[in-house]
Design a binder for this molecule. Sequence first.
Ligand code: GCB
Length: 580
Amino acid sequence: MLYPQTNPFRQFVDLSGYWDFCIDPEEVGEQEGWFEGIGRLAANRPIAVPASWNDQFVEWRDYLGDAWYQTRFHLPWGWEDKRVIIRFGSVNYLADVWLNGTKLGSHEGGHMAFAFEATPLLKNEANLLVVRVNGAMALDRVPPGTVQDPLDSHQIGLLPDTTFDFFPFAGIHRPVLLCAVPQMHIEDITVTTEIEGENGRVQITCFGNWNSRNSVRVQVNEHKANAELTGETAVANLTIPNAKFWSPKSPHLYDLAVELLEDGQILDRYTLPIGIRTIEVDGDKLLLNGEPVFLRGFGRHEDFPIVGRGTLPAVTVKDYALLDWIGANSFRTSHYPYDEEALQLADRLGYLVISETAAVGLFFHEEGLARRLKLCRQYTRELIDRDKNHPSVIAWSLANEARSVRGNEVPFFRELYDLAKELDPTRPVTIVSDLFTAEASFAFFDLVCLNIYRGWYQEMGRLEQGFAEFGRILDATHAKFGKPIIVTEFGADAIPGHHALPAEMFSEEYQADFIAGYLAEMGKRPFVVGQHVWNMCDFKTAQGVKRPNAINYKGVFTRDRRPKLAAHKLKEIWRLETGD
Ligand code: GCB
């Protein structure tokens, strides 16, 4: 699905702003016909879109059930002969969408874009768009909630009842775009790149509803080619002599333009910044453009006061400024896909991204397993379809800390791995695990990604013992699987402003010493190819005894992006290592 753009052939308008909002705890809305307008309801309140609803009001922080949104819009002038699509960047978790009283469709799963064709239902005057959202924690969802068996969950009995360690914000989280495309248009583009000596080879595969009167031409900067049409696909290959390859130090982007023509007349155009680069695993190494690369950075969250998980462009910009300040070159989109605009910036600014599906807290009890697998397949497809053209995305992560304790997770993950490889043979595929040598599926995943907290959840307060255990786990896991390891999580909570000498748990000193000690252990092991501190920033969680103030304090920056001692320490170490 192509990200919307405005040019002489296609346009979009952003429907973000103040919508009407109403909760529906009794689930009577559909029966009472709220899809024809919630405007008349007394309980109806204004709400900001995009943003989670939980922190915008006083009384609904923990409410996750049915909630209704509505807005009205006029069709922009000149759109009468276009195909009009309504595109949601992300709605968490279930979305049902009605336009002018008729159902357009539904989507399950947060953090992913989805779209519906609206053309036949549109009016020239005011159109009414109504969305019902449900974010409830449930056993049959991914990520799941309310799992009560300790075998199947790390987290039990929290409020809200998550199986994962972040607040389950709900609502319309990313912009809602009204898009116009020509009747006949370019539906999808897949770009893959290879390196041959000094040259870049670019393959562009386009998909659309065209016929034999159409032609497709492509251009990368000044290099042009005509695509070969076979049915609904069009393929073009280009060689870029003396190409500038994309990397964090030099995130060079080329301008790709694809044009669809009929009898020599242009019907549609789509432009896309592309990077020429390769990424592969070779023995114990991760190679970017054929050279070993080392990832320095963080696991993160989309999380900020008041907007919750909603897109806030200024925070995105600030986070990149902090990543740059500290000397990071990488992050993981833990524990769900991040917004598309953030990935566009990663391409432009040169960050290496592990893009993760929303499969966090997976468990493998036979009941409901088939449904969870179906959802994970959907999430994998949607993620690769959405993010495949970003040079910044260097690997797919298909799960975080699954409860792989029953053995039946191996065929489950094998199926997902095969699907990801079929959809995208160009990137390494992984899962992130806290089971180390016991995560049997690492035998076939391309990279081993580990979350390790020795010296925090175990060996409490005993940093030296924690470091020794950390090193032992790294060596044992490497000895078993013989693959490069990325430590995708390690860290300690530090309450901002709490200091202790000697260092003790929850002090800024303990966090800084913990991180420095872990970096030193990794530095002794060439098979470790990446280090992502957990977390870049403090973030909101459900309530439970482990999380004072319902905050996970493992950020090296506070939730409002102020540095702790560990941030200064990391900056010193990373900048020394990279010579920047
Ligand atoms: C983990 C999880 C992450 C938690 C973190 C912690 O292993 O992947 O979601 O927030 O530990 O702080 O406990």
